[in-house]
Design a protein around this ligand. Sequence first.
Ligand code: CMC
Length: 426
Amino acid sequence: MAEQNAILKVGDKEVELPVLTGTAGHSVIDVRSLGASGYFTYDPGFMATGSCESEITFIDGAKGILLHRGYSIEELARDADYLEVVHMLLHGEAPDAETYKEFKQTITMHTMVHDQVNNFFRGFRRDAHPMAMLCGTVGAMASFYHDDLDISDSEQRIRSAYRLVAKMPTLVAMCYKYSIGQPFVYPSNELSYAENFLNMMFSVPAEKYNITPAVARAMDRIFTLHADHEQNASTSTVRLAGSSGANPYACIAAGVASLWGPAHGGANEACLNMLEEIGTVDRIPEFIAKAKDKNDPFRLMGFGHRVYKNHDPRATVMRESCHEVLAELNLQDPLLDVAMELERIALSDAYFAEKKLFPNVDFYSGIVLKAIGIPTNMFTCIFALARTVGWISHWHEMLSQPGQKIGRPRQLYTGESQRSYVKIDK
Ligand code: CMC
């Protein structure tokens, strides 16, 4: 709703731009008509750009608030399970008991992947990074499922969303099993979403995997805490890919690719590698000094966030979960000592306070994943598994909106001005 206008004045030219106000958060200046005046807005990194209208997730970075469909992440992590969160992200509402039962059944019935997918895996080297395999196999799903590729049909879009949410744990576990040379483990319908994933990761035909409730709960919580996060890099990638009319599997593969980078989903893996490199508490000052040194590109992985400038509410929940799991499993992990001391020093250091750098969710999730027994190179795959619902919910929302357009940013051109081409033989 435009309640007021902003006036942009450049020289003697004035452009009137509507100011749009949502239900919460920053209002936006609608610059869609600006191009005609001979100007574009310029915002590399999208520091102050709203790319879309969305009803899914709200973040107030200054106050450390994260809401999915209006529910706080703290409440969801405490009282809901991941599939309830999946339902609300995708359909807008938390399910009642009956709807939940049906929804869970539907997801469960979609967990197996086409048997040909097994052959597809055999093309990868065993030492391939699991994210490389995930990128490829998610994209390849478009070649297996042909009855949900009409993106103009909302029913087909939902079917592909269900398939993706259901099959991602299967694919992620297959990436792991393939990399360690163990046979793939099929999904098991009597298990919960998180239990099924753990079972596909850790059981072998020769031996049953004993699922500890605390571990299953922690796994489910990790999924919930990573389920969606507004218009982050990978979600924006999925939206941009989808805006051209690409199929859902190709779009999610694009999201996986974008998530892989260490500034985004790759941070949990990078964080654990960093903790291992630090090794002992006495070496922390050396790394803090490196992080503060302007001439050193080193950054404390798991610290800082583009949007949260107070605290990351997901990190608070994850920190609790981290302590719970380690106590439950009776694990004394020296990395946790390093992590806790690093957290303490960084939080009391003026550099980090000034730049508003706090531990983010990935700082703690890596430690929990390690405690569960998940190898470091699988961390980002697990993030991708959990975020798939966020990506596909945004994709579905975008395609449901009237007047949806292909994403096509403009630029500030700084190259050569037009010049004549001289033939190579002259
Ligand atoms: N360690 C040391 N200094 C840092 C860090 C860090 N982790 N993060 C930012 N800074 C400094 C940075 O050097 C810059 O200093 P200056 O103003 O003097 O140039 C200032 O803080 C602002 O940094 P920025 O890179 O301009 O901030 P950004 O909003 O563009 O980047 C970020 C946010 C998350 C990419 C960045 O904080 C970072 O690289 N953190 C480490 C990686 C990480 O943990 N990423 C996971 C994010 S949470 C999971 C997810 O949602 O994907």
